[in-house]
Design a protein around this ligand. Structure first.
Ligand SMILES: [Zn+2]
Length: 290
């Protein structure tokens, strides 16, 4: 269980590295895009050529996938409906690498959604074979766990929409910056540095990359604790203990709850069940009355 918790919350998580790399790559592509746009000296509100519009339209269609369809629709409609200007076209070009980022994020999330509950079930079954008297399981455990996990997931706001919304707001920030950079004297604002700040952040300021990691971490925390509660319910466990991470970066707000015992039936996310807040790294364990 410890290993699973570390892989969900740890500083050097696989998904953390993947996301950082994704954002660094998108950062380079977007800066290249903006640089070319500024160099071309086209007017932000001017009319783009039909060929350019068609080219970007094709790329958006190629980039389309179920998970990112709402995002693609935003940029597709802005270059196909009404009277698109160069700014709309440039925004769609900036959006392309970010759509790629969103696709990868959806993949990472899907993997966590699949992996975390199945790991919880596996660990529980393992424990059952070690101490069958202490760790009892109903014969239909797997079905019960699955049912309960999907019920919890259905009640939540979809992580997919969070990812898409996050990516869209990042593109909007870059769009504003590009507009400003193309309309003012390029040297007067250090736009490249500002793109870095938006995407990959600085030491003190996380940027979109850090925020993306926070989304995955918080969602994974939800998966972990939701699946654990499902495991408890399936096995007839009635009480659990709340545990907060004892580390320098542990959640301040959760330290007060550390060690407290609650009824499984009373479990409510954000009240007595992690995640209590974004980036929460707490978990729960079975509690037995002595
Ligand atoms: Zn916490």
């Amino acid at each position: 269980m410890r290993r699973l918790i570390r892989s969900v919350y740890g500083a050097n998580t696989v998904y953390g590295k993947q996301i950082e790399q994704l954002y660094r790559r998108a950062n380079r592509q977007i800066k290249g895009e903006i640089s070319a746009f500024i160099a071309s000296k086209v007017n932000w509100s001017g009319k783009p050529s039909k060929d350019d519009l068609e080219d970007v339209r094709q790329q958006l269609i190629e980039a389309n996938e179920d998970n990112v369809a709402p995002l693609v629709a935003v940029y597709l409609s802005s270059i196909t409906l009404g009277h698109p200007n160069n700014g709309d076209l440039e925004t769609a070009r900036v959006a392309l690498p970010m759509i790629k980022v969103a696709k990868q994020m959806h993949r990472v999330m899907a993997r966590q959604e699949q992996r975390v509950p199945s790991e919880v079930g596996r660990i529980s079954q393992e424990q059952h074979t070690i101490t069958p008297e202490l760790h009892q399981m109903p014969s239909n455990y797997n079905a019960m766990l699955q049912q309960s996990v999907s019920r919890t997931q259905a009640q939540q706001q979809s992580p997919a929409s969070m990812i898409n919304r996050d990516v869209q707001s990042t593109v909007t920030r870059i769009k504003e910056l590009t507009k400003q950079a193309s309309m003012t004297n390029e040297a007067s604002i250090d736009w490249a540095k500002k793109v870095d700040r938006i995407l990959t952040g600085t030491k003190s300021h996380g940027g979109a990359s850090r925020k993306a990691q926070r989304i995955i971490r918080t969602e994974s925390c939800r998966q972990l604790n939701g699946a654990t509660i499902s495991d408890f319910k399936a096995r007839g466990v009635t009480k659990y203990r709340f545990l907060s991470l004892e580390a320098v970066n542990s959640c301040q707000e959760c330290t007060d709850l550390d060690g407290n015992v609650y009824d499984v039936d009373d479990a409510q996310e954000g009240v007595n069940l992690p995640p209590m807040h974004p980036n929460c790294q707490c978990w729960i364990v079975e509690y037995e009355d002595e």
